[in-house]
Write a protein that binds this ligand. Structure first.
Ligand code: GLU
Length: 536
């Protein structure tokens, strides 16, 4: 049990503290001394960790876990730690760690301690901590809470088959079966020593109690309990000498002074094993918080496969490559399973850090709504100064006319089109007519080029041709169009649509008169002439 006081301070054993404070020792001394003692009982810093296995690119669900850890840490002026859980060599993917670090950086999540900026609790890669886990596994064997198991794969298969035949659908290596297996609990001591000495293969298993209810309080799910009889005698150390996730995770959370374990719901069923380990070592159990699953819009957990079929990018790096705004993704993910409890929706990372609390994280799965993400993206896109966007557009465009364009002109163009796009790269497509004359016309829009279109456009052309350069501005251009439709007795669209096609090549886009003013008289006349010739 921990008690939070003074914002970021946690008393980890309040009962002991209360007892000590009443003791004669405390009663007779000065306040400063009490405070010194207090700080001994209090972990003065919240420490959380994001502990991905480098088995692939950083998944969007992993990013949300990292984010909630980060927000929680910042909310408590605590530390956010990155620990790479790379003990499963068979699933190791080269560059995955680099991708995790780069993805967190792109998202604006700052790592306080990790493999590339170690603090006092390193190494931060589990593969570099192998000897530590062995030592702790041996400690458990000494305490008779764990044991060596020498069973071969065949022997294990045989045990399972035998139990299945006798009506046990899910046979386990447990308190009952262990008694008939080849391990240091059943073999004579000297044989165990002989086997160990001869280099025989073995694993270390946890002696899971036969009938025990394992209970814990989850900060999100409340009271949770599991029956030990459903658990295997968990392997802690594998035959290659590497720890399993469970041993390494618990040992590291303890040694790294982790105060809160915040992770996905899929790890909830591992927690009873972890609790048994903490109890076996006699260590304090960190606070647990299991986050709700992220669901696909069509139901079920958001997996790589169903994300792909819904057009949802699954890895953080895809969002970077597809030019999403990181602030939008972060704001969106923060609300995927949490809300501050009012109807506000837009919050920067700093505000999220201030607002985030675990008690407002929901228990139920959160559905990934791609439209909502685009809505956030539009917001953060429009929020940026046109100049800044101009630099971005230049850096991602592969069109020379845009790359080499005048910054001021590009900024004005962006000011016109950014209200109409969801992502920054769409600006390039929408804006390209500002930089080059259309040489072809959008097929669908051409249906709006009617028999009288050429006549109306020519009429308008002759009016705007007479305008001096400095009068070639939106208001005048609009007034002249109104004159033409009035004279000819036709509706607005009759001239507006063909004119738009001639000038922009498309049937939609930003305000046409402002666009024409920006493009300039010479260029507009040239485009109109080309269209009149080509479309008649
Ligand atoms: N290595 C685990 C993972 O890949 C860590 C789970 C945990 O946070 O305990 O997510």
């Amino acid at each position: 049990m921990s008690l939070r006081i003074y914002g970021s301070l946690y008393i980890h054993n309040p009962i002991k503290l209360a007892f000590d404070l009443k003791s004669p020792y405390f009663l007779g001394i000065k306040n400063e001394l009490i405070l010194t003692e207090l700080s001994y009982f209090m972990k003065d810093t919240v420490r959380v960790r994001f502990a991905p296995s480098p088995t692939g690119f950083l998944h969007i669900g992993g990013l949300r876990t990292a984010l909630y850890n980060y927000l929680f840490a910042r909310n408590h002026s605590g530390k956010f730690i990155l620990r790479i859980e790379d003990t499963d060599q068979s699933r190791y993917v080269e560059n995955a760690e680099q991708d995790i670090i780069e993805s967190l950086e792109w998202s604006g999540i700052k790592i306080d301690e990790g493999p590339s900026n170690p603090g006092d609790f390193g190494p931060y890669r589990q593969s570099e901590r192998k000897e530590i886990y062995r030592k702790y596994a041996e400690e458990l064997i000494e305490k008779e809470i764990a044991y060596y198991a020498f069973d071969t794969t065949e022997e294990l298969d045989f045990m399972r088959e035998r139990l299945q035949k006798s009506g046990n659908p899910s046979p386990k290596y447990d308190a009952v079966t262990r008694q008939s297996m080849k391990n240091s609990l059943t073999l004579p001591q000297d044989e165990v020593e002989k086997l160990l000495g001869s280099g025989a293969e073995y694993v270390v298993r946890l002696k899971v109690p036969r009938r025990e209810t394992i209970r814990f309080e989850d900060l999100i799910r409340g009271h949770v309990s599991f029956e030990s009889k459903g658990l295997d005698d968990q392997v802690l150390l594998k035959s290659d000498g590497m720890p399993t996730y469970h041993l390494a995770n618990v040992v590291d959370d303890h040694l790294m002074n982790i105060t809160h374990v915040i992770r996905g719901e899929e790890w909830l069923s591992s927690t009873p094993k972890h609790i048994l380990l903490y109890q076996a070592f006699g260590w304090e159990i960190p606070q647990m918080a299991h986050l709700p699953l992220i669901m696909s819009p069509s139901g079920g957990k958001l997996s790589k496969r169903n994300a792909e079929s819904e057009g949802i990018p699954i890895n953080t790096k895809d969002y970077n490559e597809q030019n999403y705004e990181p602030e939008a993704l972060i704001n969106f993910l923060a609300y995927l399973g949490w809300s501050p409890g009012d109807d506000s929706e837009i919050h920067s990372m700093d505000e999220l850090c201030r607002l985030f609390t675990l008690d407002r994280v929901s228990k139920g799965g959160a559905v990934f709504n791609h439209k909502k993400l685009l809505w956030y993206n539009e917001h953060y896109l429009r929020d940026q100064p046109d100049r800044q966007l101009a630099a971005r557009v230049k850096s991602i465009s592969d069109k020379d006319v845009i790359k080499n364009s005048d910054d001021e002109y590009l900024s004005m163009v962006i000011g016109l089109v950014k209200e109409r796009v969801s992502k920054v790269d769409e600006i390039i497509d929408m804006a390209s007519f500002f930089f080059e004359d259309p040489d072809s016309y959008d097929e669908d829009s051409l249906k709006k080029w009617k028999d009288d279109s050429a006549l109306l456009v020519s009429e308008y052309r002759s009016k705007i041709e007479k305008l001096p350069d400095d009068a070639f501005e939106a208001g005048t251009l609009k007034k002249l169009l109104e004159e033409v439709i009035h004279e000819k007795g036709v509706g607005f669209g009759k001239l507006m649509m063909p004119l738009r096609i001639a000038v922009t090549g498309q049937g939609f886009g930003p305000d046409l008169f402002t666009s024409m003013a920006l493009i300039g008289k010479t260029s507009v006349l040239r485009r109109v002439d080309f269209a009149l010739e080509k479309l008649n």
